[in-house]
Write a protein that binds this ligand. Sequence first.
Ligand SMILES: Cc1cc2nc3c(=O)[nH]c(=O)nc-3n(C[C@H](O)[C@H](O)[C@H](O)COP(=O)(O)OP(=O)(O)OC[C@H]3O[C@@H](n4cnc5c(N)ncnc54)[C@H](O)[C@@H]3O)c2cc1C
Length: 481
Amino acid sequence: MASSPPIVEASLNAAVLCSKLSTALPGKVFLPGSLEYNSSVDSYFFRTAKQTPACILKPQSADEVEAIVKILAANPGVKFAIRSGGHTPNPCQSNVDNGVTIDLRGLKRIDKKEGQDGVLSVGTGAEWGDVYDYLENTGRGAVGSRESSVGVGGFITGGGLSFFAPELGFACDNVVNMEIVTSKGIVNANAHENTDLFRAIRGGQGNFGIVTRFDIKTHERNTYWGGGILYPDTTEDAQFQAWSDLKNGKYDPYAAVIQSYLYFGAQKAFMVSNNMVYLKHIERPTGLAGFENIQPQVPGTNTMRLDTTKNFALELQAWQPLDQYAVYVTTTIKLSPSVGKKINSIWREATNLISDSPNITSVLTYQQFPPQDKDNPNGMGLNASDELHKDHFIIIISIYWHEIKDSERIANTTKDAVNKMEAAAAEENALHPFKYINYAAFWQQPPSSYGQGAKDAAEEVSAKYDPYLLFRKQAVGFKYS
Ligand SMILES: Cc1cc2nc3c(=O)[nH]c(=O)nc-3n(C[C@H](O)[C@H](O)[C@H](O)COP(=O)(O)OP(=O)(O)OC[C@H]3O[C@@H](n4cnc5c(N)ncnc54)[C@H](O)[C@@H]3O)c2cc1C
């Protein structure tokens, strides 16, 4: 079956709605052809998300977001998109053809939270690079994206895998409060107020409301060990051995490795990279030695050193293919060398099938599952007692290409590959149902993977905060089935 992105039908009402919004919020509503509209569409990270809404709204405050939500609720039938950093590669998630897109990048203020030591208030429209700039030279770190241009809003509401994941869990578990515009108005959600919403929205993205501000914990962190190394793909066995050695020993919360198998179409070359950090100010820690000692390495590519989060995030960002079409797809497995080798081989086979697409980049990445906090559960329905962090991995396949004509073929090949990977993992009892929403493809259904308890809780939260299901039905994005 073909994998085509969802298409939102043109709505005659959209133009009328844009005009009502324009009257209520003068100077904040932009129509096709205007400079502001074009720059907003152009600023999406991937071409796949550069859709054309009937109008783009650019609120500057939570009150303006609330005014927008009231008007959307009073005019059902028009789809709308919530956009922070615009980094999803999926169409119809933070943008929407013929609907209304709320571009939240005007809400990007970063401030120390009055009266709460070490807590930083960050507007949803900020990029993680802004947060790292703010914290540079303060001796404190924040649990954010490993690449600086990623938006705060989608990243945190989707979970958020950071350099600190093995020690501190998902980014969303390091938030102490969120300011959220629901269809009933502006609320704060935290461990004491609106606790059900606070839980569900961490993993639920735009299903319950629009987060306008996150109050996040910062922690003491200066420089630590990290960087990247590129190896030929003949090191595959040694790479899986290094994982086994790391995982079979005592759990090390400071060792974070992002292992990617890469195909660079421009060079027609398969490679492996490890981007890694050891979260302490220690040179050449034994915790990463298994990966750092793998030979051969591609000469001149070893960047391991003591440095700051800001610089590690800029380094990783520099690897990103820019201005491309892209597809992400994810799954979760218990990793062993035998499962890993089967998965790699399926990925290589799929990559060979699409390698004729000009300058294609195909990447298969393994990331350690973060530990869960039993006292502060999020909305992803994961049990802390399952201890997935000990041996489970989140996999993302990300493919980047340049020509729109290749889009359907690449999506189909990728879909087929992940189905085969899941079958191979299932044969070895190594498949976990969890799908990480920030890495999911448009045909996947991450909220449906969260387990019945989380789905039931989501229903209750919607009934309480969004009784007419504005966010469940009218907002585009991943939905609970
Ligand atoms: C270059 C790059 C690097 C990445 N690095 C990492 C990484 O290190 N770790 C990781 O876990 N992921 C990473 N990702 C994936 C990234 O986390 C997701 O794409 C994330 O959703 C991006 O957030 P955004 O605000 O930029 O997204 P957007 O595209 O603006 O939004 C994504 C989704 O979140 C919803 N959303 C956005 N803001 C809000 C809000 N305020 N309230 C409610 N819903 C909202 C949107 O409606 C949409 O469905 C990376 C992606 C890219 C392109």
